[in-house]
Ligand binder design. Structure first.
Ligand SMILES: C[S@@+](CC[C@H](N)C(=O)[O-])C[C@H]1O[C@@H](n2cnc3c(N)ncnc32)[C@H](O)[C@@H]1O
Ligand code: SF4
Length: 324
């Protein structure tokens, strides 16, 4: 089992398969952004599979495909299938904006992806256009319904909640998720890059208290998915709302994850600079034993916590470049 200097077990890897995206969410990528990695620098499927097999031998059991927009990576179901069948991997999931999910949902399900998270910040078409920079709501809805039909379970909706932008859209989203059987997760915007810093912070503490009263929600005893969200559920236990509060109440003490960017850079924390480059090792003939030793050395670099509150100007890279 991999564990870091602070005794945390690291068993979860988020894999960014591309840093590109077809949307430009205001809190994530700037309009007109073109500073993406060169495809020649992207790890290919053989390199990714070999590296993740080494992680799995050291105890990584969960992988999430993310990006940028992961469905822009050609032949993603093939990669998914290779990763799902690695010994030791027991959970493969996907984060997507869903604009292309109607095309790929069945193939991804068959490949072994069991759960999906879909980003959706409002149900109002104009507001979604304002936030994502495109008239994307119809495509997102088609993708979501295709995901449901393909049998992904659970489907979680990730909604970045922002003051005076989509805060009034929260209640309608709660009702929509209750109707559809989706798990809603409300997320505080993080100051990553100038886009993240430009997002109007909304403290989810008071929102949580208000939703609790309005929808009769109760604290959930067991966590769902072992992640940072704290969940409330309806009395009958059928609907859950998660709160991801990196700013108002951080959860670094139980952090169990690292992020591998498309160019083979392992980021040890979203909110810090520590990183380790795997591409030179993979392309320089490193043995499996050397890869494993490098992974252990990289995990040693994991910092204790982010400093988004104390040093909000620190992280220049955008979320899509790290693999959110
Ligand atoms: C970077 S996206 C990548 C996957 C996919 N494109 C998507 O949108 O789900 C992953 C998650 O990061 C979130 N995200 C992006 N920038 C953020 C920020 N500055 N603060 C908080 N969450 C952010 C998005 O809302 C999304 O749920
Ligand atoms: S949050 Fe996801 S969909 Fe939105 S710009 Fe970032 S990577 Fe693209």
């Amino acid at each position: 089992m991999l564990s870091d200097r602070f005794g945390r077990s690291i068993d979860y890897l988020r894999l960014s398969v591309t840093d590109r995206c077809d949307l430009r969410c205001t809190y994530c990528l700037p309009k007109g952004f073109k500073g993406f990695e060169e495809p020649a620098d992207w790890l290919n499927f053989d390199e990714i599979t070999r590296l993740l097999a080494a992680f799995a031998r050291l105890g990584t059991s969960r992988i999430r495909l993310t990006g940028g927009e992961p469905l822009l990576r050609r032949n993603l179901p093939e990669l998914a299938s290779r990763l799902a069948s690695l010994p030791g991997i027991r959970d493969l999931s996907l984060s997507t904006n869903a604009t292309r999910l109607d095309r790929y949902a069945s193939a991804l399900k068959e490949a072994g992806v069991s759960r999906i998270n879909v980003s959706l910040d409002s149900l109002d078409r104009e507001q979604v256009m304002q936030i994502t920079g495109h008239d994307s709501l119809p495509k997102i809805m088609a993708g979501l319904m295709a995901g449901k039909a393909a049998g992904f379970s659970p489907i979680k909706i990730n909604m970045v909640a922002m003051q005076s932008l989509n805060d009034e859209a929260i209640d309608a989203m709660v009702e929509f998720c209750m109707e559809q059987g989706f798990v809603l997760r409300l997320i505080e915007a993080m100051p990553m890059g100038k886009t993240g810093r430009g997002a109007a912070f909304l403290d989810l503490g008071p929102v949580q208290a208000r939703l609790k009263r309005k929808f009769g929600l109760q604290e959930q005893a067991a966590e769902i998915g072992g992640g940072p969200a704290r969940y409330l559920t309806t009395e009958d236990g059928r609907c859950s709302i998660g709160f991801i509060t990196p700013i108002s109440q951080h959860f670094c003490a139980t952090c169990n994850r690292v992020r591998l960017a498309v160019d083979g850079t392992l980021y040890l924390c979203l909110g810090q600079e520590e990183k380790f480059e795997f591409r030179p090792l993979l392309r320089g003939g490193a043995s499996d034993a050397e890869l494993e030793a490098a992974i252990r050395a990289a995990i040693e670099l994991k910092p204790q916590q982010h400093t988004f509150r104390e040093a909000p100007m620190k992280i220049m890279r955008f979320m899509a470049q790290t693999g959110g």
